[in-house]
Design a protein around this ligand. Structure first.
Ligand code: ATP
Length: 475
């Protein structure tokens, strides 16, 4: 529902909202549930720290997101609506429709997989949303189940237009941004179309590829292209190397196969004169009434609607400043800040004699043999579970800092080595708060979160190892 006209005219500030809870965090933003103090209406407010945006050179993404949301307006109910934008000295604010019922991804994970009926319904909503995008000349380019949220009535709401492309916009600026995107890919690898990987021009057909992946995932609970590393996933995408499980619905298979086609123009719907007539006419959607999809079907297990439990307390003051932001992070999200571990303040993690190293290696070999193998026999100086964030999709990893130096990360469930943060003189840890820390490397920033709140200890340990292997040259 768009705001009344007089409301549109008046410029908003953060003092018009009570900020109640952090409901999401992206690589570049924190999203708060907030209440308009005048109307009590709830919104999701995406708050971006200007310093962080500038430092990470993401200004273009932010501008793009705002522009696309403005183009989309409020005519299609399947997209979050941008009600207001404003800024203060430190932050930018996007006031958005609040998607009360979480992400499609959470719902798929909760259900294991969707029924055919449920998949058809949400696939149909996605088709209608993509028709609207096509009409507006926009390619989302990062469509995935984390970016499809549910509103209070369980209809989809698509978010995150930072990577979107506006067709017909100045080509040179888009080529520039594509080039940058190639070297700073932050999306989730599994849904990326071959043309984006090949750095060819992306069109609305790139979103049709993602639609094929999402329908596959709704029906199986898994992404079609899986692999232990981004590189191997990309290889699979480029070779169209995926399989359907036994007994997979034949009509759904046919539809997915028509989306997962390497040549964008050969994908179902890509060349429709009336978008997306050929998709609507596919046998998969036979029972769908495109003029009225009707109410959403019931999931076997609807996600706990956490926001129902979270009421914005009445005693909160409107506005957002440094103090309030950290209070919302630390007190409301994690009421108990973990006790700080006592450590020997002056002893460095690298203060080890050769004898100690050998002794500890022996212990490691016998007590921690699986990890000992995975870290190639290097002495583990520090290890702990962290959430490793790629895009908005966190993965649980055992982070292992070893002599060498190495920073390995292992999937603690499958006990497989997932990768290594490459060391160099330029590696730099940065603590954002007690939980979050970044490891900057020349080619990539690793976004990490220690759920126990020892981010500062991680950074200190990494700094000490760096100082040991890469001592600062005194001039
Ligand atoms: P990234 O670049 O890492 O993908 P981002 O900084 O662009 O993320 P978003 O993806 O827009 O941020 O939002 C981060 C999270 O906040 C989302 O995953 C989602 O869970 C939550 N979120 C975003 N918008 C809304 C909304 N309108 N209603 C409810 N939750 C939202």
């Amino acid at each position: 529902m768009p705001p009344p006209n007089d409301e549109l005219v008046r410029k908003r500030t953060s003092a018009d909202f009570v900020f109640g809870k952090v409901i999401g965090e992206g690589s570049f933003s924190t999203v708060y549930l907030a209440k308009d103090v005048h109307t009590s209406r709830e919104f999701a407010i995406k708050v971006l720290e200007k310093r962080h945006i500038i430092r990470e050179k993401k200004t273009e993404y932010v501008t793009r997101e705002k522009k696309v949301l403005q183009i989309l307006g409020s005519s299609c109910k399947y997209f979050v609506h941008l009600y207001y934008t404003f800024q203060d000295t430190d932050r930018l604010y996007f006031v958005l429709t609040y998607a009360k019922n979480g992400e499609l991804l959470q719902q798929i994970n909760k259900d294991g997989a969707f029924s055919l009926e449920c998949t058809k319904y949400y696939a149909a909503e996605l088709v209608l949303a993509l028709e609207y995008l096509k009409l507006k000349g926009i390619v989302h380019r990062d469509l995935k189940p984390e970016n499809v949220l549910f509103d209070e009535n369980w209809h989809i709401l698509i978010i995150d237009f930072g990577s979107a492309k506006i067709l017909g916009e100045d080509k040179s600026s888009d080529e520039e941004s594509q080039k940058r995107r190639k070297y700073s890919f932050v999306g989730t690898a599994q849904y990326v179309s071959p043309e984006i990987l090949n750095d060819d021009e992306s069109t609305c057909a790139s979103d049709l590829w993602a639609l094929g992946c999402i329908i596959y995932q709704m029906l199986t609970g898994q992404m079609p292209f899986r692999g232990p590393s981004e590189y191997l996933i990309f290889q699979k995408i480029l070779k169209l190397d995926y399989e359907f499980p036994q007994g997979f619905d034949k009509v759904a298979k046919d539809l997915i196969e028509k989306f997962l086609v390497i040549a964008p123009s050969s994908r179902l719907g890509a060349t429709d004169q009336v978008p997306y007539k050929s998709i609507r006419e596919h046998e998969f959607f036979r029972e769908i009434n495109w003029d009225d999809l009707g109410p959403p079907p019931n999931f076997s297990a609807k996600c706990e609607n956490s926001s129902d439990i979270v009421i914005i307390p009445d005693d909160l003051e409107p506005g957002l400043d440094e103090e309030k932001a950290s209070r919302l992070h630390f007190r409301m999200l994690q009421p108990q800040t973990p006790p700080r571990k006592k450590s020997e303040p002056n002893r460095k993690i690298t203060d080890l004699s050769q004898e100690e190293i050998e002794q500890r290696l022996e212990q490691q070999k016998s007590n921690n043999s699986v990890y000992h193998e995975l870290v190639e026999g290097n002495l583990i100086l520090k290890q702990g579970i962290v959430e490793k964030r790629k895009g908005i999709f966190p993965r649980r990893r055992m982070l292992l800092l070893t002599l060498g130096p190495h920073l390995y990360y292992v999937d603690p469930v499958t006990m497989t080595l997932k990768g290594e943060i490459p060391w160099s003189d330029d590696l730099k840890p940065e603590a954002k708060n007690f939980k979050k820390f970044f490891v900057h490397t020349p080619n990539r920033i690793y976004y990490l979160e220690d759920p126990d709140g020892y981010a500062l200890e991680w950074c200190k340990a990494i700094d000490e190892v760096k100082a040991y292997y890469y001592p600062v040259q005194q001039l």
